[in-house]
Write a protein that binds this ligand. Structure first.
Ligand SMILES: [Zn+2]
Length: 401
């Protein structure tokens, strides 16, 4: 059957992934594939277009070999510029789990970013600021869009009622050998203090160092909701993993792209767990984990009525090309002094580097006063604002550290 060709403006959901295996999973779960739209010569992204759960979505993968926060931000920015009707995004792929007594995370489970314990759902753990008492890990990260958080609430309820569609969607990948759970092998967790003995598998690792965990029902995928830690390096040490997690009151997963996206591309982070962020990590669970993360993303999409998406503002309106630089300039011109409060009428703050944060606000509603502490860290300060007329106010959070 000939593929349909839609207009760029027909696409309302942006889907970003980092690896070809994640892209393959996303493409397989499309209910309908669409023909490419005309290529924009300034856009280096290659898109896959289609329909999934009644939404027209545009999928993009980071360029081969490039992973991390900066490539993710660049790809998202380009996507927003080309597909001006995109309302929100999903970052879908694999991540390293953080098993703990609070969260029984297994390989093949899914972790979704959700605000918790004063954080917006994603923390950037390798953003370090020097303070008089030593140093502090800080970083401002936005919350996922409200509509997606509402969809999560509804999805959790349907999972509690055992009406999950996750297994049904994931089964669409079962004809591809690589995505099968059997291809992934056993799920083994080692004690955090026990380092990998070497080699590409754990065949030389001591069996008495394995953590005893109760058996799960076969093929059961549990979705966990909470904090995702994002950094520019791969986390591969269990003790460091647990230290960072404790510092932020419990992290569920480590990955490398979310921090680059959240402040300019409102999105939900959905990660299939493929290893335990420790020295024993290998790639065997990646395909299966990529598949379940894509299936979970499809379930999230299936919960949001397309008409509701159409009612929200496109990102292009919210993150207008010039508004950020202009308002930054407005603030510089305002000569705000140390400790002084400032306000810009009809403005929402969508993010600020942490040196600016006065540390006093838990959240700043639209049109409110935002106190800045300019004098302490002049050099590295930057503040981003967006104009009103959008519905993003609820997704903005400002945290004190
Ligand atoms: Zn090992």
């Amino acid at each position: 059957m000939a593929q349909r060709r839609l207009r760029r403006d027909d696409y309302t959901v942006g889907w970003i992934c980092a690896l070809p295996i994640e892209l393959a999973a996303a493409q397989e779960l499309l209910d309908e594939e669409h023909e490419d739209v005309e290529h924009d010569e300034n856009d280096h992204n290659l898109y896959s277009l289609g329909r999934m759960a009644d939404q027209n979505i545009v999928i993009v993968c980071l360029p081969a070999g490039l992973i991390g926060n900066n490539p993710a931000a660049a790809v998202a920015t380009q996507m927003k510029a080309t597909f001006k009707s995109v309302r929100f995004g999903l970052m879908v792929g694999i991540g390293g789990g953080v098993p703990s007594t609070d969260s029984d995370i297994r390989l093949g489970d899914v972790v979704i970013s959700q605000p918790q314990k004063g954080y917006g759902g994603v923390i950037q753990y390798d953003f370090v600021k020097t303070v008089p008492s030593g140093f502090q890990r800080t970083g401002f990260i936005n919350c996922p869009p409200l509509m997606l958080l509402s969809a999560i609430a509804k999805m959790r309820a349907s999972h509690l009622r055992q009406r999950s569609k996750l297994a049904e969607y994931a089964s669409k990948l079962s004809h591809l050998q690589e995505f099968n759970r059997e291809a992934a092998g056993p799920d083994i967790l080692y004690e955090a203090t026990y380092e990998h003995e070497g080699g590409s598998t754990c065949s030389s690792c001591r069996t008495d160092k394995r953590v005893d965990r109760p058996r799960r029902r076969a093929e059961e995928t549990i979705v966990h909701y909470g904090i995702i830690a994002s950094g520019n390096q791969v986390m591969r040490h269990a003790t460091e993993r647990d230290t960072v997690s404790a510092e932020f009151g419990g992290v569920l997963c480590f990955e490398m792209e979310a921090a680059g996206l959240m402040n300019s591309f409102p999105c939900l982070i959905i990660r299939g767990i493929c290893d335990y962020s420790d020295s024993h990590k290998n790639k065997r669970w990646q395909a299966y984990a990529a598949g379940v993360s894509a299936a979970c993303a499809k379930e999230v999409l299936s919960i949001i009525p397309p008409a509701d998406i159409a009612k929200t503002s496109p990102l292009e309106d919210i993150f207008g090309k010039d508004s950020r630089g202009q308002i930054e300039q407005d603030y510089k011109d305002a000569h705000i002094r140390e400790g002084e409060s400032a306000s810009l009428q009809d403005t929402y703050c969508i993010g600020a580097s942490i040196p600016f944060c006065c540390g006093k606000h838990e959240s700043v509603p639209a049109n409110s006063c935002i106190a800045l502490d300019l004098a302490s860290e002049k050099s590295s300060a930057s503040v981003y604002f967006i104009l009103s007329g959008s519905d993003i106010s609820g997704s903005f959070c400002w945290y004190s550290y």
